[in-house]
Design a protein around this ligand. Structure first.
Ligand code: ACO
Length: 319
């Protein structure tokens, strides 16, 4: 068994779909401003009592069904999230319990919008080392719970959702190469600074972001990591059938696409319908690409994402 292969994918969006005009009812913004700066038209928001694990479980069930497997086949669950249900235990163990399985390993990874790149790479390492055979890898977020509706520079950008893949050991090609990087000196560009101490929430529990700073860093870094992962794997951009980028902002996606010399018809774009769903954005886009019939078995996919930390990464996959 030489590869970790994507056996199935699934995703879930909460029922409440919110347009830019809906947001403009209670935020000082406009459809024109949001669309021209970001490409976002809609996002979905979880209900007040709907937690990240609830979204994750539905995406996971759909991925298991697509892989023709059940929860009992899974020997590791990894959940990438920056909006866990609780301080502890991990959302992954809550997902495990809600899926009605027990005994397999389960843990969260936290790399914000790069979380799915970190989770997928970790799952690949488990499979390649023989420590796991079948891994459920989920990206799930409820960012609407940590948005400050008084801060129009951040609250219009994010949405909620979940995406999942089942990764299995296979002799057929799967994950070809991946690269993860981080630089903690960029902490102040994007953060939720709060922590719990003495029974109190200390610090701001909402997203804080230097938008233009994030934009500049993301454009530069995503182009470089995409190029690096291709070069290290001995691939050229023209061999990529589909780019599945983190869906933060259409202008950031356009810039990466231009840098790689790809055409837009080779890019899965969902930001207009989902907004930025952080760790869920790449697996959500991947599942949309697969279920729409655009992404076909045997094709080469380049996944890439960046998030607070900063943390970033790219994964080259034979689907
Ligand atoms: N509606 C209307 N006006 C707004 C809004 C809003 N929602 N937000 C800001 N403005 C105003 C500002 O107040 C400012 O007005 P002023 O000139 O009178 O002061 C004006 O718009 C321009 O503000 P800028 O911040 O300079 O706008 P910019 O063109 O840089 O776009 C944006 C802001 C969209 C946030 C951009 O910087 C960006 O996309 N950054 C990347 C952020 C991102 O994608 N973060 C996601 C998380 S990280 C990741 O996933 C990679």
């Amino acid at each position: 068994m030489h590869y970790a292969k994507i056996l199935g994918s699934g995703s879930y969006l909460p029922a409440k779909r919110v347009s830019n005009d809906d947001l403009a009812q209670f935020v000082d913004t406009s459809d024109e401003w949001i669309q021209s700066r970001t490409g976002i038209q809609f996002r979905h928001f979880a209900a007040e009592n709907e937690l990240t694990s609830d979204l994750a479980v539905i995406a996971a069930q759909r991925a298991l069904e697509a892989a023709n497997l059940t929860g009992d086949d899974i020997d590791l669950i990894i959940v990438a999230t920056a909006t866990p249900d609780m301080q502890f235990p991990s959302t992954a163990t809550i997902v495990q319990q809600k899926l009605g399985i027990s005994g397999c390993a389960a843990f969260d990874v936290q790399a914000v919008c790069a979380g799915f790149m970190y989770a997928l790479t970790t799952a690949n390492a488990y499979i390649k080392s023989g420590m796991a055979k079948t891994v459920l890898v989920i990206g799930a977020e409820t960012f609407s719970h940590i948005l400050d509706w008084q801060d129009r520079t951040t609250c219009v950008l994010f949405g909620d959702g979940a995406g999942a893949v089942v990764l299995g050991a296979s002799d057929e090609a799967g994950i070809i190469h991946s690269k993860l990087q981080a630089d903690g000196s960029y902490l102040d560009l994007l953060k939720v600074p709060a922590h719990i101490a003495g029974g109190q929430i200390c610090g701001n529990p909402y997203v804080e972001m230097d938008g233009p700073g994030v934009f500049k860093f993301a454009v530069k870094t995503l182009a470089k990591v995409a190029e690096d992962v291709l070069a290290e794997a001995g691939y050229e951009a023209k061999q990529v059938d589909w780019l599945v980028p983190h869906q933060a902002n259409k202008r950031i996606i356009d810039s990466t696409v231009k840098h790689l010399g790809l055409s837009m018809d080779k890019v899965i774009v969902t930001v207009q319908d989902h907004g930025n769903t952080s760790a869920a954005s790449i697996p959500l886009a991947l599942d949309v690409g697969i279920r729409s019939g655009n992404i076909q078995r045997g094709q080469t996919l380049l996944l890439e994402g960046i998030g607070g930390g900063f943390a970033w990464g790219a994964v080259l996959v034979k689907y």
